[in-house]
Design a protein around this ligand. Structure first.
Ligand SMILES: *Cc1c(COP(=O)(O)O)cnc(C)c1O
Length: 234
């Protein structure tokens, strides 16, 4: 199926989730996660007029990023870094990606801040929280959030745009709901605490398997790979 066909199918499902939960469609952004696909498929996404792209490793993203940057779509594309970010890749990612969805430790915050200061920019970041408590998932624990957010808010190179989480894969998507609800409640508690001197609005949550539940629980960014851009071998 074409990208546009898939996008229309996904949008219809998001619309349904918005109607069920009384949300506005405009509050829900879609990041097309292109980590499983080649440059050709990335170009198809951009040709369809979709700007928001997501990649989780600089090593895999680099050739696609460079090709898009020297294409007519350079001004349109907005790349989001969604995967675990090694500190030694910060100099590559900051300045090239519109936002970072995987801020999960103080040393990474410091490194992003330093690089942003060199470039005289402020980087929108989502703090990744491990709500499910699964060992395999990255992210700080819910208990650490207020302290980490307070420290991070002092860094001028970082704008805390929101919180991010990944739910465990569940055969029954409904079972992810407590994870997404937990992230929303944590964001509300963060704002009520006043440790960040501005409102933290974003919730980056929901993937191919569970995005409708995430929308119902308040997601502002969905990160969609297989359901939206598909998967290619090799
Ligand atoms: C790969 C990836 C996604 C997209 O995964 P799908 O299940 O294919 O939608 C979303 N978020 C992160 C952090 C990822 O690494």
């Amino acid at each position: 199926m074409s990208f546009i066909g898939r996008l229309q199918g996904v949008q219809a499902r998001i619309r349904g989730a918005c109607e069920r939960s009384g949300r506005n469609l405009e509050e829900v952004g879609i990041i097309a996660v292109t980590k499983y696909v080649s440059l050709q498929r990335v170009m198809e996404v951009l040709e369809a007029g979709h700007a928001e792209l997501g990649e989780n490793r600089w090593q895999d993203a680099e050739s696609k990023w460079r090709a898009v940057d020297s294409s007519p779509y350079a001004g349109q594309a907005a790349w989001h870094f969604i995967g675990s970010l090694q500190t030694n890749k910060v100099k590559e990612v900051v300045g090239r990606f519109a936002s970072i969805h995987s801020l999960d430790r103080p040393s990474l915050a410091e490194a992003i801040h330093k690089r942003a200061m060199q470039l005289k920019i402020r980087v929108p970041c989502f703090i990744q929280v491990n709500i499910s408590g699964e060992q395999s998932k990255h992210g700080i624990s819910a208990d650490e959030l207020l302290g980490f957010a307070e420290q991070t808010a002092r860094l001028d190179g970082i704008e805390i745009s929101g919180l991010m989480t990944m739910a465990p894969y569940e055969a029954e998507p409904e079972e992810t709901r407590p994870v997404f609800r937990g992230l929303r409640e944590l964001r509300d508690r963060l704002n009520a605490s006043g440790v960040v001197p501005y409102e933290v609005k974003g919730l980056s949550m929901g993937m191919s398997n569970d995005f409708e539940v995430a929308v119902e629980e308040g997601a502002t960014w969905l990160r969609l790979g297989s359901v939206l851009v598909g998967k290619e071998e090799g």
